[in-house]
Design a protein around this ligand. Structure first.
Ligand code: FAD
Length: 665
């Protein structure tokens, strides 16, 4: 049995003869490897493009598994879910069916930082995701573990390419031909689980790791590295004393994720979460036993800073107590997920440690916490479609797109680390998956790609950050990552992206009709009115002035005015969809900032349209420093704008690049 990381090295270094196949024998256009959040969106997105698609995953029953937190969304991340939905993806639609508690985070602040979030019933989430996948046209699903990639060496390649995809090989030895592959293997590539000093190969607990693919990627020249993450113990809710804990209920009414839904399935059955916290006694047990945690001892400190382990929090922050949210895992389950205390202590120490927490004095643990370590690929290997630069037809999406070798960490991200609640990468994975899957489908059908820029949405911001700067760790979305957050908000993802998706041929008639309804709504004409906003004008005056529809719109912009109250008090608005009225309200409040930001976006787009030759020899550009030359040669930015955003880029280098490019155009 494989028991240590050396085994992975042995497998990876074993000499391999690349498998070769002709693309003419393809059975599918696109094969997607992995049925996690990235894989589900990739498979459905590719199939919506019209490409014949196969989703290959180790176990069909785990399609749509929430590996860690039973929740979807959050600040920044909720906007990603809405963007996936705007491109006709699955995550938001499924979350509206499986959600058991919905909250709009930051609802007391401006719409630019609102974060739709919901607790999920784990079983319902999987059930509805599996149903959506099984009903998708052009999509076949098969259980199978992919062991190797297959290449077509008969075709001419671009100068910087190593090969072209021709198929995948399963562990059983069967070869499936296809022209595009999307790899969405999450934490499974050479995965190894750590509990105390025990280490064993696994992608998640009780699930086999993926061992062959790392070797395939390695032999094709990809730079691989190791990343770590972890999950807390699961608790028996019947043994928890919730009295005395702060209770958190869902919003009334809940806000759906999907633009297709006016409400969510379980709106009348929301269930609460509870808050407790660690104590000095908890911290003492962790500190006394760090030498028994393999995960911590071998740590490269590349674990997720945005959801640090309990060990990391205790050592990094000088605090006596850390918040824990007790989150229910579903309607027909007593299991509670304690958000905020992932750890890798030996199993026998975990229950005593948990019992030092108020309310958990008699708790029974139903599954121990554990850490997992896995291979990732440097995302600077990718283009904006998430296709790799070195292998034509190979796309990567989700947790596999990990950190770069940069150890630089900004003060801003350190601050965010201490502020953000526990978070996984489900939404980031889904948003990468949808872009990779759609583009794999479009490439197979020889259609133009779907490229999202930083001005289009958070998905564009994330992809640009990943491919230009790399990611120092599993990438987490925050609103502060976007320079255009006044215009790219969770309330307007459909207005930003659905038309792009429709042009790419991946948006259904139903969603397109819904978008037209929203756009043409009588009420939306309010948003064209220039809003004047004055805090001194009292509400009473506003009500009196409100004789016309024009005034209803203005009134919506007064502080602390709820769209629902305005509608309730105004007979003329009784038939207006509340979601549309709320959008009008946001448009009004943001109208001044939006027009300023639109000018910034126009400037940004000027640089984005200056495309750089993908085969440019940067060593031939006179005057560049050798450091910048090497970086440009490695990253190969697609546009002048992307070059501008690269780490270490100087104004002089940009001018040299521009001069060189124009001279050769
Ligand atoms: P996954 O959801 O992991 O899905 C991968 C899929 O690929 C699985 O279905 C698997 O069966 C399949 N697969 C793998 N290899 C093959 C193969 N060769 N052939 C066929 N199928 C294959 N993220 C954080 O940011 N913070 C956290 O705190 C955090 N905690 C985590 C704790 C644990 C224990 C685990 C396992 C993951 C955690 N994550 C965390 C990661 C989180 O799960 C991911 O962000 C998210 O699930 C990524 O989605 P994905 O689609 O990329 O991969």
């Amino acid at each position: 049995m494989l028991t240590s990381r050396n085994c992975w090295r042995t497998i990876r270094n074993a000499s391999r003869r690349p498998l070769s196949l002709s693309t003419s024998s393809a059975q599918y256009d696109v094969c997607v490897i992995g049925g996690g959040h990235a894989g589900c969106e990739a498979a459905a997105g590719s199939a919506r493009s019209g490409a014949r698609t196969l989703l290959l995953t180790q176990n069909i029953d785990t399609i749509g598994e929430l590996s860690c937190n039973p929740s979807i969304g959050g600040v920044g991340k909720g906007t990603l879910v809405r963007e996936v939905d705007a491109l006709d993806g699955l995550m938001g639609w499924v979350a509206d069916k499986a959600g058991i508690q919905f909250k709009m985070l930051n609802s007391s602040k401006g719409a630019a930082v609102w974060g739709p979030r919901a607790q999920m019933d784990r079983k319902l989430y999987k059930k509805h995701m599996q149903k959506a996948i099984s009903e998708q046209l052009n999509l076949d699903v098969r259980a199978g573990s992919v062991f190797d990639l297959v290449f077509d060496h008969s075709q001419p390649l671009a100068p910087n390419q190593w090969g072209k995809i021709a198929g995948v090989k399963l562990e059983s030895g069967e070869v499936i031909g296809c022209s595009q592959v999307v790899v969405c293997t999450g934490t499974f590539l050479s995965g190894e689980i750590h509990i105390g000093l025990k280490r064993f190969p696994a992608g998640r607990i009780n699930e086999a790791p993926s061992i062959g693919l790392s070797a395939s990627l390695d032999s094709a020249g990809f730079k691989l590295g190791r990343l770590q993450t972890g999950t807390p113990a699961r608790l028996d809710g019947k043994t928890i004393d919730f009295t005395g804990m702060a209770r958190q209920d869902g919003d009334e009414p809940p806000s759906p994720f999907s633009y297709l839904n006016a409400s969510v399935d379980n709106a009348d059955k929301q269930i609460p979460c509870f808050r407790t916290a660690t104590t000095p006694a908890t911290h003492q047990i962790v500190k006394d036993n760090l030498h028994l945690c393999a995960h911590w001892l071998i740590s490269t400190h590349s674990g997720p800073r945005y959801c640090p382990s309990l060990e990391a929090k205790i050592l990094r922050f000088n605090k006596d107590s850390h918040t824990i949210w007790l989150e229910p895992e579903g309607y027909d389950s007593d299991v509670i997920y304690p958000n905020g205390i992932s750890c890798s202590l030996p199993e026998e120490l975990q229950e005593p440690m948990l019992r030092t927490i108020p309310g958990l004095e008699n708790v029974k643990m139903v599954r121990p916490a554990y850490g997992v370590e896995y291979d990732y690929v440097d995302p600077r290997e990718l283009t904006a479609t998430l296709e790799t630069k070195r292998i034509k037809g190979l796309f990567l999406a989700g947790q596999i797109n990990g950190r770069s070798d940069s150890l630089l960490r900004s003060a801003q991200t350190f601050l965010l680390m201490s502020l953000s609640p526990g978070t996984t990468g489900y939404e980031e994975a889904a948003a990468q998956g949808i872009v990779a899957g759609i583009n794999a489908g479009l490439a197979a059908l020889h259609r133009p790609p779907l490229i999202l820029t930083r001005a289009d949405g958070y998905t564009g911001v994330m992809i640009d950050d990943l491919i230009v700067k790399g990611a120092e760790e599993p990438y987490r979305m925050f609103t502060s990552r976007s320079e255009y957050r006044m215009t790219i908000r969770s309330d307007n993802a459909d207005l930003r992206l659905t038309e792009k998706g429709r042009l790419a041929g991946v948006v259904s008639d139903r969603r397109w009709t819904e978008l037209q309804r929203t756009k043409n709504s009588d009420c939306r004409s309010y948003s064209d009115i220039p809003f004047s906003y004055s805090e001194s004008a009292g509400m009473e005056l506003a009500w009196l002035q409100c004789q016309t529809r024009w005034c209803h719109a203005e009134m919506l912009c007064y502080p602390n005015v709820k769209a629902s109250d305005v509608r309730a008090a105004t007979p003329a608005l009784s038939g207006v969809d509340l979601r549309i009225l709320s959008r009008v309200q946001v448009d009004g409040v943001y109208s001044i900032f939006v027009s300023r930001q639109e000018a910034d976006v126009r400037d940004f787009m000027k640089d984005e349209t200056l495309v750089l030759d993908p085969n440019l020899d940067y060593f031939a550009v006179h005057g560049l420093s050798s450091e910048i030359r090497e970086r440009l040669q490695r990253i190969r930015p697609a546009t002048l704008g992307a070059a501008k955003r690269m780490e270490g880029m100087t104004p002089v280098s940009l001018v040299l690049l521009l001069q060189h490019s124009s001279a050769f155009q």
